[in-house]
Design a protein around this ligand. Structure first.
Ligand code: HEM
Length: 135
């Protein structure tokens, strides 16, 4: 049985950097991600680095984010933004497309699907529905 961590399955540092770059490029270009794009600053480059630090740690690579910040909880940095189902799903759509575009294997995509959903869902801080159908 192999014990390969997702970080390695994605191609190590180079692969995870590509994932972060692709993720924010898609967020920037994709009209269906507009609600979350406007929450971010115009320059996404610093976010690319932060997400890399976070994912490096989270995916089993060098624990950069944990060492820099002392933890992995990202509730506080997301608190200023209204995140509901719609925003969660836009984030996950960008991540799914980025994984697709970089040619990530089915194995690693399957491995990450539920854990990514759980992190994104945990960041929800409004109960607004994805279809805005709530009265
Ligand atoms: C659920 C939908 C999400 C939305 C709408 C969202 C949005 C944002 C925004 C607006 C920022 C601040 C950007 C800035 O300063 O310009 C941020 C920061 C960040 N996000 Fe998210 N995010 C989401 C989910 C996630 C997920 C699932 C992860 C990780 C797997 C993540 C990782 C991060 C990190 C690491 C930061 C920087 C935190 C820090 O300053 O230490 N985000 N996010």
């Amino acid at each position: 049985m192999t014990e390969t961590v997702p970080y390695e399955l994605l191609g190590g540092e180079e692969g995870v950097r590509t994932l972060c770059r692709t993720f924010y490029r898609i967020m920037d270009e994709e009209p269906r991600a507009r609600d979350i794009r406007v929450m971010h600053k115009p320059d996404l480059a610093p976010m690319e680095d932060k997400l890399f630090d976070y994912l490096s740690t989270w995916l089993g690579g060098p624990p950069i984010y944990r060492e820099k910040t002392g933890g992995m909880c990202i509730t506080a940095p997301h608190r200023p933004y209204a995140i509901g189902e719609k925003e969660r799903d836009q984030w996950l759509m960008c991540m799914g497309r980025a994984l697709e575009e970089m040619g990530a294997s089915r194995e690693v995509k399957d491995m990450l699907k539920n854990p990514l959903f759980r992190v994104a869902d945990m960041l929800r801080n409004t109960s607004e529905r994805a279809d805005s159908a709530a009265e």
